[in-house]
Design a protein around this ligand. Structure first.
Ligand SMILES: Nc1nc2c(ncn2[C@@H]2O[C@H](COP(=O)(O)OP(=O)(O)O)[C@@H](O)[C@H]2O)c(=O)[nH]1
Ligand SMILES: [Mg+2]
Length: 290
């Protein structure tokens, strides 16, 4: 995305909310053995939070790439390898269909074994692992918690008398998961990050220039996934000019208003929905730089 014009209006974050979220994470971190950091498989860098590293310190940390069903599978594999090379455990999942959820449970059990079996040598039974899920808004934290909990979910603890009781959900036999996920903020000072978050729908559509952003998305798709554009919109040769492509997509999809002009609002919606629902195909917006 280097050569692009990045004058996309930045999303406004609220420092007060951020400070509160940060405090909550710090507070909850003390209670768990492992933090599962949920990232969007299409934009692992843009959906990560630079502050988290400092917050978790030496706590066990696993990377989970969610929405893998929407991402380019080859690039997702590269990301998993990338994190592993950095010495982190990583796994790609689909929280809606429940793909790789068993593997995630195994991963949490394995990574926390040292803590849960601390007194095994003295004959004590291992205790349950305690985990929390953290990630930026809309990355799929609630979906993943629902998937992990399944239908047999039981709230295991709600200590009365404690001012802010923590809710735990028992996952399988050996894991207690904090019911409240940790809310993180994306990096908000990098325009490329803002753009990737807008493309994927992670930020509210009203916070940026939709037409500009949809043209930038087309630019990216034209460069990296031209075949998918040709197939979806039945175009034989993609026009050089992105605005032309934008209008052509409109004509192909019948986004026309009186007088034969294209309905720009409608085209923007078509492009965003097709991309975000995976109807264009499996697309990644970031690849590891090896
Ligand atoms: N395609 C796809 N969509 C997902 C996945 N996980 C979550 N979503 C969707 O992403 C949106 C945000 O999910 P949610 O769990 O509310 O995110 P949260 O804000 O992090 O709790 C919802 O529309 C989910 O259906 C996934 O693995 N694949
Ligand atoms: Mg949620």
């Amino acid at each position: 995305m280097e050569k692009r014009n990045h004058d996309v209006p930045l999303v406004q974050w609220f420092p007060g909310h951020m400070a509160k979220a940060r405090r909550l994470i710090e507070e909850n971190l003390k209670l768990v053995d492992i933090v599962v950091e949920l990232l969007d498989a299409r934009i692992p860098l843009s959906s990560s939070n630079p502050m988290l590293k400092g917050l978790i310190g030496s706590k066990t940390h696993a990377i989970v790439l969610n929405k893998a069903d929407l991402a380019d599978p080859g690039i997702t594999r590269e990301w998993v390898e990338f994190y592993k090379r950095m010495g982190k455990s990583a796994l790609a999942v689909n929280s809606v269909q429940g793909k790789n959820i068993k593997e995630l449970i195994n991963m949490i059990n394995t990574l926390t074994q040292r803590q849960t079996s601390k007194f095994a040598a003295q004959g004590a039974r291992p205790r349950n692992a305690r985990a929390m899920i953290a990630g930026i808004p809309n990355v799929g934290k609630s979906s993943l918690i629902n998937r992990l909990a399944g239908s047999a979910a039981t709230k295991t603890e709600n200590r009365p008398g404690v001012t802010r009781a923590k809710q735990w959900i028992r996952i399988g036999k050996n894991i207690d998961l904090l019911d409240m996920p940790g809310l993180l903020w994306p990096k908000f000072d990098d325009p490329i990050v803002g753009l990737n978050l807008a493309f994927t729908g992670a930020v509210n559509d009203d916070t940026y220039d939709k037409e500009k952003v949809s043209l930038l998305l087309l630019d990216y798709l034209k460069e990296h996934y031209p075949k998918l554009l040709e197939e979806r919109y039945k175009i034989d040769a993609l026009p050089e000019d992105t605005t032309e492509l934008f209008e052509l997509i409109g004509r192909k999809r019948g986004c026309i208003i009186k007088g034969g002009r294209v309905d720009e609002e409608k085209i923007i919606t078509v492009i965003f929905t097709d991309f975000r629902n995976g109807r264009l195909g499996k697309i990644s917006l970031e690849a590891p730089s090896v």
